[in-house]
Design a protein around this ligand. Structure first.
Ligand code: SIN
Length: 276
């Protein structure tokens, strides 16, 4: 297996591996690379839906998206379809986010398998390293943020797509540490995003807005801690929803893009980072 970092801070391409036929040493190498690079790219993969799900299950239990739990879409509950038609004005995940951070236990990883790419190019996905987004803050600001809790509300994201809940439907809301500790590497990361986070609890709304806006803007505009993935048909990209945020780019009007995503549940709720 050949592992080529995309940048020193985030992302790696892994070649010469078939995700449908992994042995235990290849899986161990992928798990290690996942924790080191946070975003992994596997090209030229031919996977059935079951093989895609089985790859996800190697990391843990598969997440069922709240839209499926609500009965909005009952097809294969563990698969989230990312289908953008040529005349689409919106696509899934166009703002920076961590997938469904509004869940009590958010998914720790997502694995998107894109089989159709726009023929004229475009449709890339951007990623930003949220460990690095926290690490670059001054220690005074870090200390202010550590110990705070942020509220995440899935309806914020739904409203971005013009969707309102019908009677009897609910969507998750949860409060999580603003600076959790990554359960595998022990490092703090910034866990708030414009798609799901409504506010930081325990401070005034204007202070919360000011802090979140500044933090989002810095992460979104700092290319030193980002990478941008160019898809080719039959590429799988796997990312860590704790240590990175991502955004899709709809810049391919007139062309279609199709992918299917599975996400893997974390084993516990995000835990607050504590200074020792
Ligand atoms: C997403 O999972 O948010 C979608 C990413 C993409 O389509 O590139």
């Amino acid at each position: 297996m050949d592992i080529l970092p995309i940048t020193p801070t985030i992302g790696a391409e892994i070649n010469e591996v078939d995700l449908a036929a992994l042995d235990s040493s290849s899986f161990a190498a992928i798990e290690h690379a996942f924790l080191k690079h946070h975003v992994l790219v596997f090209r030229d993969q031919i996977l059935t839906r079951d093989q895609h799900k089985n790859f996800g299950r190697l990391f843990g239990e598969l997440h069922i998206h709240p839209s499926k739990r609500n009965g909005m879409n009952q097809e294969d509950p563990e698969l989230f379809i990312v289908n953008t038609e040529p005349d689409a004005k919106l696509t899934n995940g166009e703002a920076w986010h961590s997938d469904v951070s509004c869940e009590e236990i958010p998914p720790m990883a997502s694995i998107l398998y894109v089989t159709r790419c726009p023929e004229n190019g475009g449709g890339d996905t951007m990623f930003v390293n949220m460990h690095a987004a926290f690490a670059e803050l001054s220690s005074g600001l870090q200390q202010l943020l550590i110990g705070k809790t942020a509220h995440h509300d899935g309806e914020i994201d739904l409203r971005n797509y013009g969707i309102s809940l019908r009677d009897g439907q609910t969507y998750p809301k949860a409060s999580h540490p603003l600076i959790p500790v990554h359960p595998k590497n022990g490092k703090p990361y910034l866990f708030a995003n414009g798609s799901f986070t409504s506010h930081i609890e325990g401070i005034s709304r204007w202070e919360s807005d000011m802090l979140l806006k500044g933090l989002y803007q810095r992460a979104a505009t700092n290319p030193r801690i980002q990478c941008r993935i160019k898809w080719t048909p039959n590429t799988v990209v796997m990312w860590d929803n704790r240590s990175v945020q991502h955004r899709a780019i709809l810049d391919y009007a007139g062309f279609a893009r199709y992918g299917e995503r599975v996400s893997v549940l974390d084993r516990e709720r995000p835990r607050a980072f504590q200074l020792t």
